[in-house]
Design a protein. Structure first.
Length: 338
């Protein structure tokens, strides 16, 4: 544990991101200085920000600004990250690994704790397949964690599960990979899903994740912590049910997809059909493998750190996420072939 200075604000990277916006709101004006990309999203009203670039030494801050912040802040929360598996591996590494190194150097210069918002994807789960794209992301975050463990200041690693929109409104500044999985299910595009029946899909709404991070910060937690649904994780069948009910509310009748173990898909089906498999079907199968696969086995993720707030109803949060997303994207129902 380390003492928390209630007067000195946190420096928060990725303040315009999915978790960063919610965390800036939870901290509130006067308790956080957000680092945002030039032209990127901003946190909520009243939040102080400065423009930077986590891929650059010193977080891309002008030296006088960086020195002033180092003297002023009481801790660094490193939330900035590339979470898309489709980005080039070099870009993923520059943001996720090099960016962590730059945030850590500033924390060490200031002599304050560094809190890394990491991911549950660092834990490759038994029975899950992995593509090169998801591997690049996982390895970049594993390397980031290694850097933090060697820090010369107090540190914490907060492994966050898949994040959906706000628990009440479904709002999010950017749609995530899980929304792409929703789309395939809602439109009837996912006839075959490479997830074994009975698997657990762990996710949390972003405002709850922020509340958990804040709770850990306020009690001065150090070391490694999980922020997951744990025992409350939703089965893949229930996740599919919510997506199909959303389709039904739009007046669509969508066939229930077939759930198949991902190892069977990637070791038998894809090699057997090879180039004859339609490109769009292969892409959908790889999407589910990348996004959902590492989270869905017959075992749950490690449970959340003790004493964290109880999560809201995940079914209601998923419905809110579906409604928010569905009102802002163009959805075309796939024709059912008989």
């Amino acid at each position: 544990m380390h003492s928390v200075d209630p007067v000195r604000p946190y420096l928060l990277t990725g303040a315009g991101g999915v978790i960063g916006q919610s965390l800036a709101t939870a901290l509130g004006p006067g308790r956080v200085v957000g680092v945002v990309r030039r032209g990127g999203n901003l946190p909520g009203p009243g939040i102080e920000t400065t423009t930077g670039d986590v891929t650059a030494p010193g977080l891309g801050l002008d030296p006088p600004v960086r020195r002033a912040l180092a003297e002023r802040v009481g801790g660094v929360i490193h939330s900035a990250a590339v979470t898309s598996f489709t980005r080039p591996p070099d870009e993923i590494r520059r943001v996720n690994t090099d960016g962590t190194a730059h945030a850590l150097r500033l924390a060490e210069e200031a002599g304050v704790p560094l809190h890394l918002v990491s991911t549950v994807y660092v834990r490759q789960r038994g029975g899950s397949a992995e593509t090169g794209r998801s591997r690049a992301y996982r390895e970049s975050k594993q390397a980031a964690e290694d850097l933090v463990r060697a820090a010369r200041v107090p540190w914490s690693i907060l492994r966050v599960t898949v994040v959906t929109g706000d628990s009440r409104t479904g709002a999010t500044p950017r749609f995530q990979g899980i929304h792409a999985a929703m789309k395939s299910l809602v439109t009837g595009d996912a006839h075959l899903v490479p997830v074994a029946p009975g698997s657990y899909l762990d996710f949390l709404p972003r405002d709850h994740v922020a509340a958990c991070v804040l709770a850990l910060l306020e009690r001065g937690a150090t070391g490694e912590h999980w922020i997951t649904a744990g025992e409350r994780a939703m089965t893949i069948e229930r996740f599919v049910d919510h997506c199909l009910r959303f389709a039904g509310r739009r007046g669509w009748t969508v066939p229930r997809p077939r759930l198949v173990d991902s190892e069977m898909v990637h070791r038998l089906i894809l090699p057997a059909f090879g180039d004859s498999l339609a490109a769009d079907l292969r892409k959908r199968l790889e999407l589910f493998t990348d996004i959902v696969g590492p989270l869905t086995t017959d075992e749950r993720l490690p449970g959340p750190a003790p004493g964290l707030p109880d999560p809201p109803d995940l079914g209601a949060a998923l419905d809110a996420a579906l409604d928010y997303w569905g009102a802002r994207v163009r959805l075309v129902r796939q024709e059912v072939r008989t």
